[in-house]
Design a protein around this ligand. Structure first.
Ligand SMILES: [Fe+2]
Length: 214
């Protein structure tokens, strides 16, 4: 299947998400880099090391991202682990319990367009610790529920498939994935080379030991 077909499916999923904050910015950036959709992949397709892609797609097939999930299932994506965190800050579990597939990394390898877009997958029973980054960021979950907080001491909010999560620059956020693997469309609209930084919260140890015992 062509990248262009996947790109169209992403555009349709963004349209379906309506007019929540951030969506117009992401649509505009997608329009700016639409020519990249025809780029030929350089890196070999692989399976995410964290597993759970087929499980996540099964869940997504029953939700508002069903059409996009079908396209993802037929795509040859290159999955990798985000490695820009300072050593030791993100925890030992997260690096092997998530994967992301950028659609831009091959098409604009030097990041001249300063935009990133792709898919993020997080295995069940995983905490993505609190962090922030200068990039404005959109997440559109295709699966759910997942749990999000925006500030180290703030309450967890449940987000269903189809929810819109829009993070302004440097907004602190964390994600808690319980029984259902989380598959999201993600977009960073600028500052994509500025690394994310972890924000220390006091409850990581208890949360992660609860998750590890599940
Ligand atoms: Fe983020």
């Amino acid at each position: 299947m062509s990248n262009a077909e996947l790109w169209q499916g992403i555009g349709a999923f963004l349209e379906q998400a309506g007019g929540a904050p951030g969506l117009n910015e992401v649509r505009a950036r997608l329009h700016d880099v639409g020519d990249l959709a025809v780029a030929i992949a350089q890196r070999p397709p692989n399976q995410p090391l964290c597993g759970y892609l087929s499980e996540a797609l099964s869940v997504a097939h029953a939700g508002p991202g069903a059409a996009l999930a079908a396209l993802i299932g037929r795509s040859n994506l290159h999955w990798e682990s985000y490695g820009a965190y300072a050593p030791g800050t993100i925890g030992t579990a997260f690096p092997r319990r998530h994967a992301y597939a950028s659609l831009i990394a091959d098409a604009d390898p030097n990041w001249h367009r300063d935009v990133d877009l792709g898919f993020l997958l997080i295995a069940p029973h995983t905490l993505y610790r609190d962090h922030h980054h200068p990039a404005r960021e959109l997440y559109l979950p295709l699966t759910g529920p997942s749990y999000w907080r925006f500030g180290v001491d703030s309450k967890w909010q449940e987000k269903a498939a189809g929810a819109v999560i829009w993070n302004e620059p440097n907004r602190v956020h964390a994600t808690l994935v319980q029984d259902v693997p989380l598959l999201c469309l993600y977009a960073w609209t600028e500052n994509v080379l500025a690394p994310a930084v972890v924000d220390v919260a006091s409850d990581w140890t208890s949360l992660e030991s609860q998750l590890a015992s599940r």
